[in-house]
Design a binder for this molecule. Structure first.
Ligand code: UDP
Ligand code: MG
Length: 351
């Protein structure tokens, strides 16, 4: 029997239900500010409901928090919008939490925002307006300025995007954050992306459609501390680079070529000098230096290859990206009810 041809394209057909917006908020140890954040989201929701007739819900994804986040999320009042609380079985990381939120969002358009108050809910109205009034599919926000960041971080970000976008057909916008709104068809497209190693900013840019940038000034973190340190940022950068670009492999090939050519010229030069002028070759230092340069370059490039092999391994294993330990839903017009009992473990089905 002939093999089934691989799926090479997808037609995005979002559901035809009434226009609605799911707000997805990943939470990791955000107990302190959650009630206040919910108040602010509810305020915006009330306004959007009246002015736009939008159906709204918020999906709180508790990414294995060790504080009271889950209990507080369950106790929030479902007014004027529905509340879903998805508790993951452990801490899977922000990218997985975002995917869990996307999988549970029911209302067509999806808006992602952080749960630490740094993404101002007051901006939601503007994002919605760019979607509904101007017809954009992906409304992404970007930091208006990075002047207050350390220069090393800024230089890192610049290098990362330069590498990521090097000779790429589709450029991923620099500085874009995870605070973004996706129209129903863009959200549907994002759901069709089967990969397990997810780099949300890249994926939601890669899908195309009409995209627009909105500049904003992120607020200070009101409580707690950022979970990102230099190592996790480097990790995310390697993740983003290797899932979106083969630039590091190209750099490897070009560096190899460069080294080989240099060696050829250097070798010919030495040969000429010896044959024509009878000069002795000053061997030892140049030998050590060249061995070290070539050895170092080779080790780095083996590491680069290893990153891609590791990525292939994790895609082939096709493990679920997260497990849901508990899921509850509170409808806007229902009075508060006890949180749902833990359901049997559910996972994002492998494609
Ligand atoms: N977050 C998460 N899982 C994690 C780490 C972070 O869901 O393992 C959430 C966190 O609660 C917050 C958002 O991701 O809502 C951004 O995290 P953070 O503020 O630490 O990052 P930064 O704003 O410094 O980039
Ligand atoms: Mg933050």
């Amino acid at each position: 029997m002939p093999a089934k041809p691989a799926k090479t394209s997808s037609r995005v057909t979002p559901s035809r239900s009434a226009p609605g917006l799911s707000i997805v908020v990943p939470l990791f140890n955000e107990a302190k500010g959650l009630a206040r954040l919910h108040e602010r989201i509810a305020e915006v929701a009330r306004f959007l409901k009246v002015k736009r007739g939008l159906n709204l819900e918020v999906v709180y994804v508790d990414d294995g928090s060790r504080d009271d986040t889950s209990r507080i999320a369950h106790s929030l009042p479902a007014l004027p919008l529905d509340i879903q609380v998805v508790t993951l079985s452990r801490n899977f990381g922000k990218e997985a939490a975002l995917l869990a939120g996307l999988d549970h969002a029911r209302l067509g358009a999806v808006l992602f925002m952080d749960g630490d108050g740094q993404h101002p809910p007051s901006l939601i109205e503007l994002l919605v307006s760019r979607w509904l009034d101007d017809g954009y599919d992906v409304v992404y926000t970007a930091k208006a300025n990075r002047e207050n960041e350390p220069w090393l971080r800024r230089a890192g970000v610049k290098t990362f995007y330069a590498l990521l976008n090097w000779r790429a057909r589709h450029k991923i916008p620099e500085d874009a954050g995870d605070f973004r709104l996706l129209s129903p068809r863009a959200a549907a497209a994002l759901r069709l992306m089967p990969e397990r190693n997810r780099f949300f900013k890249g994926l939601s840019s890669w899908i195309g459609f009409r995209q627009v940038r909105v500049d904003y000034e992120p607020a200070m973190r009101e409580h707690g501390a950022t979970t990102w340190n230099i190592w996790s940022l480097i990790g995310l950068s390697i993740e983003g680079l290797t899932s979106f670009s083969v630039a590091p492999l190209r750099v490897a090939s070009m560096l190899g070529l460069l080294l080989a050519l240099t060696a050829l010229f250097f070798g010919s030069w030495i040969l000429l000098e010896t044959v024509l002028f009878g000069k002795d070759v000053p061997g030892y230092p140049s030998l050590v230096v060249s061995v070290m340069v070539i050895g170092g370059a080779q080790l780095i490039m083996i590491g680069v290859l290893g990153e891609y092999v590791g990525k292939m391994l994790s895609e082939i294993k096709a493990r679920p990206v997260y497990f849901v330990a508990e899921h509850s839903m509170k409808k806007a017009n229902e009075t508060a009810k006890t949180p749902a009992k833990p359901r049997s473990v559910t996972a994002r089905a492998a494609e």
